[in-house]
Design a protein around this ligand. Structure first.
Ligand code: AMP
Length: 401
C-alpha cells in the first residue's frame, strides 16, 4: 500500500462486549419470490462476523441492495434475513431503518453474540451522496467500524467511506477486505517474479489505465480476447469483421513501444477461431490472426495461441487474470478461456500465486469450475480494476487515515 499507516484488521481489536458496525456487501440477486439465488456474498462476510461473535462481540450489519428510489419494499433487506441466518447458523434480528430512534433502540438491545441487520442503506439518497450528517447517524450504531465490502470500496459513500471519520482509531478492515488488499498487493508490489498479467475482454478502452499501470509491475503481458484485434490491426494485420477500436490503434502501438522500453514481453494470440456469424452455431475455421478475411470475425483464441499461452503461464510465479480470451458465454467459443483456466490451474499447483478478478473473468472461472483452483478470486469488479489502475480506493484510504 502507498499509505504509511499500518493496516488495521480484526486482530488489532478485542470485540468482547463491543458492538461492531460492519459494512458488508449483501447486494445479492433475488428471484421473483424475493429468495436469494446466490448467497456467495453473504458467505464471503461470514469469516468476519463469526470472528467477532466468537470473541463475545455483537454485529450490526449494514448494506445496500439494488438501486431503489427511496423506500421500495422490493429492495428491503428483510427478504434476505433467512439466508443470512442459514449462512451464519444463528438468529439474525432485523430493524426497518438504518438510522434514527428505531435503529438506535435495536442496537441498544443487542446482546453480546447477537447479530442485527439494518434496512437497505440506499433507501436514503444521503448514502450515495456521502452525506456527513447521515454518516454520523450511522456511526452511533457501533463502537468499532469494520469495512468488509470490497465491491463498494471504490465509492465514497456514507457507509463505505465518510462514516470512518467518526471512529478515529476504532476502525479496521474485515477479513474479506484485508484478503482482497493483500492479494492485489501480492501481485502489484510484493510479487515473486516472473510476473504475468493476462488482459482479455472486449475493449482496449476499458483497460488502458490498467495496462499503463501494470507495465511497470510485470515481466509478461498476454493480451487476448476482443481487444487483441486493435493491436493486430494497428500492426498491419487483416482482422476481417473482428471487433476493433480504430481510434485506439495509435495507443495500442504506443503501449507496445512502452512495453518494449520497459522490458515487458507482450504476447498476442497468433491464431483464432473465426466465425461467420456472432452466434453459437456459426460456421467456424481456424485462421492466422493476421489473415482473417472479410465476413469472418475472431471469437476465440486458436490452438497455437493456447499452447503458447500455456508455456508463458507456466513459467511465471505470479499471475493476474482479468478478462476472457473469447466470447465464453457461447459454448462454441469458450475453449480458449477454459484452456487458459487449465494452464493457470497447473501453474498454481506448481506454486504460482494466481489472482482472478474484475467482472467477466470471475463469471468465467466460476462457470468452468476454476474458482477453487486459483489462489484467489476477487469479489470486486470495478474496485479491483481501480486498484489495478494504481488508484487508492476511498473506502480503503478512510480506514488507513
Ligand atoms: P470485459 O468486460 O471488457 O472484460 O469484456 C468481456 C466480454 O468480452 C465478454 O462478454 C466476451 O464475450 C467479450 N469478448 C471476448 N473476446 C471477444 C471477441 N473476440 N469478440 C467479441 N467479444 C469478445
Amino acid at each position: 500500500m502507498q499509505n504509511e499507516n499500518p493496516m488495521k484488521t480484526l486482530e488489532d481489536f478485542n470485540f468482547k462486549n463491543k458492538k461492531a458496525i460492519i459494512r458488508v456487501d449483501f447486494n445479492v440477486p433475488l428471484n421473483n419470490e424475493f429468495q436469494v439465488t446466490d448467497a456467495t456474498r453473504i458467505q464471503a462476510a461470514k469469516s468476519t462476523i463469526s470472528a467477532i461473535l466468537a470473541q463475545g462481540g455483537s454485529c450490526v450489519l449494514m448494506s445496500h441492495l439494488g438501486r431503489p428510489k427511496g423506500f421500495q419494499e422490493a429492495f428491503s433487506l428483510q427478504h434476505i434475513v433467512t439466508s443470512v441466518e442459514e449462512v451464519l447458523g444463528c438468529k439474525v434480528k432485523f430493524v426497518k431503518d438504518c438510522i434514527g430512534a428505531n435503529a438506535e433502540d435495536a442496537v441498544a438491545h443487542l446482546a453480546p453474540g447477537e447479530v442485527l441487520l439494518l434496512e437497505n442503506l440506499r433507501f436514503y439518497e444521503e448514502e450515495k451522496n456521502g452525506d456527513v450528517a447521515f454518516s454520523e447517524k450511522l456511526s452511533k450504531l457501533g463502537d468499532i467500524y469494520v469495512n468488509d465490502a470490497f465491491g463498494t470500496a471504490h465509492r465514497a459513500h456514507a457507509s463505505t467511506t465518510i462514516i470512518a471519520q467518526f471512529f478515529e482509531q476504532n476502525k479496521c478492515f474485515g477479513n474479506l477486505l484485508a484478503r482482497e488488499i493483500e492479494s492485489i498487493d501480492k501481485v502489484l508490489n510484493n510479487s515473486e517474479k516472473p510476473v504475468l498479467a493476462i488482459l482479455g475482454g472486449a475493449k482496449v478502452s476499458s483497460k488502458i489505465t490498467v495496462i499503463e499501470n501494470i507495465l511497470d509491475k510485470v515481466d509478461h503481458l498476454i493480451i487476448g480476447g476482443g481487444m487483441s484485434f486493435t493491436f493486430v490491426k494497428a500492426q498491419g494485420g487483416k482482422i476481417g469483421n473482428s471487433i476493433c477500436e480504430d481510434d485506439k490503434m495509435e495507443l495500442a502501438l504506443e503501449i507496445l513501444k512502452q512495453a518494449k522500453a520497459k522490458g515487458v514481453e507482450v504476447h498476442i494470440p497468433v491464431d483464432v477461431i473465426a466465425a461467420d456469424d456472432f452466434s453459437n452455431d456459426a460456421n467456424t475455421q481456424i485462421l492466422d490472426i493476421n489473415e482473417i478475411p472479410d465476413g469472418w470475425e475472431g471469437v476465440d483464441a486458436g490452438p497455437k495461441s493456447r499452447e503458447k499461452f500455456d508455456v508463458v503461464v507456466n513459467k511465471c510465479k505470479t499471475i493476474l487474470w482479468n478478462g476472457p480470451l473469447g466470447v465464453f458465454e457461447m459454448e462454441s467459443f469458450a475453449g480458449g478461456t477454459i484452456a487458459l483456466g487449465h494452464s493457470i490451474d497447473k501453474a498454481t499447483k506448481n506454486g504460482a500465486f494466481s489472482l482472478v478478478g474484475g467482472g467477466d473473468s470471475v463469471a468465467a472461472v466460476k462457470q468452468f469450475g476454476f474458482a477453487e483452483k486459483v489462489s484467489y478470486v476477487s469479489t470486486g469488479g470495478g474496485a479491483m480494476l481501480e486498484m489495478l489502475e494504481g488508484k487508492t480506493l476511498p473506502g480503503i484510504e478512510a480506514i488507513l487515515k
